[in-house]
Each structure stands twice: as structure tokens, then as C-alpha cells.
Design a protein around this ligand. Structure first.
Ligand SMILES: [Zn+2]
Length: 191
């Protein structure tokens, strides 16, 4: 017999936001909700983008190429989607410039698009200050915790909370909106 409940189980790892990359065919426009971005070296390994675990990294030990990616949280008022946006270091320079000028990324309205609309075309990002007041935006998540959820990394509070039997697995599509990383950047990771 199933153990029916009327309460929706809360994942002890916290809330998972979808991870989006810049689509090829159309621009992605949203407003940043986090004050800053976080970034780390990643590998394209086993068909997914995974963080480089510097101390004990399987991908590094196999000579996989790595690439730094930036992550920030953003909100699209049109469809009310709060998500994690991923981009490369090159693309993230627009955010770094905005951060210097405005002291924070929160409320930065940005548009990201792919050069020549190709699937792995270089991402270009334009930033401007949005007229949206900070209070109208969703509260920013803890970016490193959200990335830990997406990447299924252990978190201290998960061990405290334990895991709930039968809880639906967290769904995080590592390919975001279906875009794949540029295979030329990951040649070494595809033996
Ligand atoms: Zn590594």
C-alpha cells in the first residue's frame, strides 16, 4: 500500500531552480535577482557540465579540459520563471562591468543572445538598469547552495535533515534549454 500524504514533501536539499543557457534561436531576457554571480571551473564530463572537484577530480585525472562558468539567479516577469543563468567568462564580463558601475547585479536587466544564432555561437550579453524595484523581484537564493542541489553535491544541512523516502528526485536539466556546450572546448573530455 502506498503511504499516502496530503502534504507535498519538501526536499531537504532545498529548492532547485532550473538552469538555463542562452538559446540559439532567440534572445533570453531577464532581470538578475542575485547581488552577485558565482563561478567555478567546470568540465563537460559524462555528457553533463560538472564542477571541477579540484582535490579529487575524476575528469582532471582523465585529462578533461575545463572551463570557467558563471552562475546567477534571474527572473523573467513575462513567465514568472526564477532560474539560474549560466554563461562563460567571456559573456559574464558584461555583468562584471555592471557590478562595478552599480555595486550589485540585482535589478540588472539583461539580454543574452548567440552570435549568428548558432547553437554554440558566442554569447553576447547586454545589461541595463531595470525600472523594477528590488522589492518586486523574488528573493535571491543562495547561489552556491542552489548549484550544489543542481549538481547533487553534499550539503551539511542535508545530512542533518536526512532524505525522505520516495521523494521525487530533483530534476535539473544540465543542458538547460537544450543547448550543448561547444564540443570544441571539450575535445579532451570525449575520449
Ligand atoms: Zn577537474
Amino acid at each position: 500500500m502506498p503511504n499516502w500524504t496530503t502534504d507535498i514533501p519538501q526536499d531537504p536539499r532545498g529548492h532547485a531552480l532550473p538552469l538555463l543557457r542562452t538559446p540559439a534561436a532567440r534572445p533570453l531576457a531577464a532581470i538578475v535577482t542575485s547581488n552577485d554571480l558565482v563561478g567555478c571551473d567546470t568540465h563537460f564530463w559524462g555528457g553533463h557540465t560538472v564542477p571541477c572537484d579540484a582535490d579529487d577530480c575524476d575528469a582532471c585525472q582523465h585529462g578533461a579540459a575545463y572551463r570557467w562558468h558563471a552562475y546567477l539567479s534571474a527572473y523573467n516577469p513575462d513567465d514568472q520563471l526564477h532560474f539560474i543563468f549560466e554563461c562563460t567568462a567571456n559573456a559574464a564580463e558584461a555583468f562584471a562591468k555592471y557590478r562595478v558601475e552599480h555595486g550589485s547585479l540585482r535589478c540588472c536587466s539583461f539580454t543574452a543572445y548567440r552570435w549568428r544564432k548558432t547553437r554554440n555561437g558566442r554569447v553576447i550579453i547586454r545589461c541595463e538598469r531595470s525600472g523594477v524595484p528590488p522589492a518586486a523581484l523574488p528573493k535571491a537564493p543562495d547561489l552556491t547552495e542552489v548549484m550544489a542541489v543542481i549538481w547533487r553535491l553534499p550539503l551539511p544541512n542535508v545530512f542533518q535533515a536526512g532524505t525522505q523516502r520516495g521523494h521525487p528526485r530533483i530534476h535539473a536539466d544540465p543542458d538547460g534549454n537544450g543547448e550543448s556546450p561547444d564540443p570544441r572546448d571539450y575535445v579532451k573530455s570525449n575520449p
